[in-house]
Ligand binder design. Structure first.
Ligand SMILES: N[C@@H](CCC(=O)N[C@@H](CS)C(=O)NCC(=O)O)C(=O)O
Length: 206
């Protein structure tokens, strides 16, 4: 059985849990990181020298880096469904995975860490407001894409939806000013109808 290391409120762990659930595979999850600690234990550092979560063990295979794990689970356990057979479609899904993590994540982290994990008196509101404005500008790009197709991966849910899909729950939940992005809102509403997303991603922020 797949073993997933990481606390369930980590956005990067949520990607892996949601992907595994959509792929329909059983897994065991072990709480490490955050309040649970344990990342500096030698057994964990031997699995992931970065000492970060998530980590996945599948028989002899050990993987870290959440997007690499999502690609692995999708290709191994949900080919033709979460992992497109067609190289062009797959490349576009890859594009949205990378965009979520390399372009959207930096301003998102400023907002999320600032408003969820920092006490009010210690918040840098100037930095948070600038990050909200940047994130809102970036999300118009995703909104444009979602005007052309139901999901970032194409006609149906795929791995390309997973990284931004996890972050977007916080975007629509946080007490921030959001521009009207109807296609993004419609996509989020569709994700919310999925039992796996509801259970593993759309939880109170912590
Ligand atoms: N690029 C890595 C980032 C991993 C990462 O930074 N994980 C965070 C949680 S989201 C972590 O391990 N934080 C330390 C902790 O939870 O104690 C990935 O996508 O897996």
């Amino acid at each position: 059985m797949l073993k997933i290391w990481g606390r369930s409120n980590s956005n990067n762990v949520k990607k892996v849990l949601w992907c595994a659930a959509e792929a329909g595979i059983a897994y065991e999850r072990i709480d490490v990181g955050g309040a649970y600690g344990g990342l500096d234990r030698p057994e964990f550092a031997a699995l992931n020298p970065n000492q970060t979560i998530p980590v996945v063990e599948d028989s002899d295979l050990v993987l870290w880096e959440s997007n690499a794990i999502v690609r692995y689970i999708a290709s191994r356990y949900a080919p033709g469904m979460l992992y497109a057979d067609d190289p062009s479609r797959r490349a576009l899904a890859d594009l949205w995975m990378d965009w979520a993590s390399l372009t959207f994540l930096p301003p998102f982290i400023t907002i999320f860490q600032g408003l969820v994990r920092t006490p009010p008196a210690q918040r840098d509101m100037e930095a948070i407001d600038a990050a909200v404005a940047r994130a809102a500008r970036l999300l118009t790009i995703a909104d444009d894409q979602l005007a052309r197709q139901p999901y970032l991966s194409g006609a149906s849910l795929g791995m390309g939806d997973i990284p931004l899909g996890v972050l977007i729950h916080a975007w629509f939940t946080l007490p921030i000013e959001r521009p009207d992005l109807p296609n993004l809102a419609r996509w989020y509403d569709q994700l919310l109808t999925r039992p796996a997303y509801q259970k593993l991603v759309a939880q109170p922020l912590s």
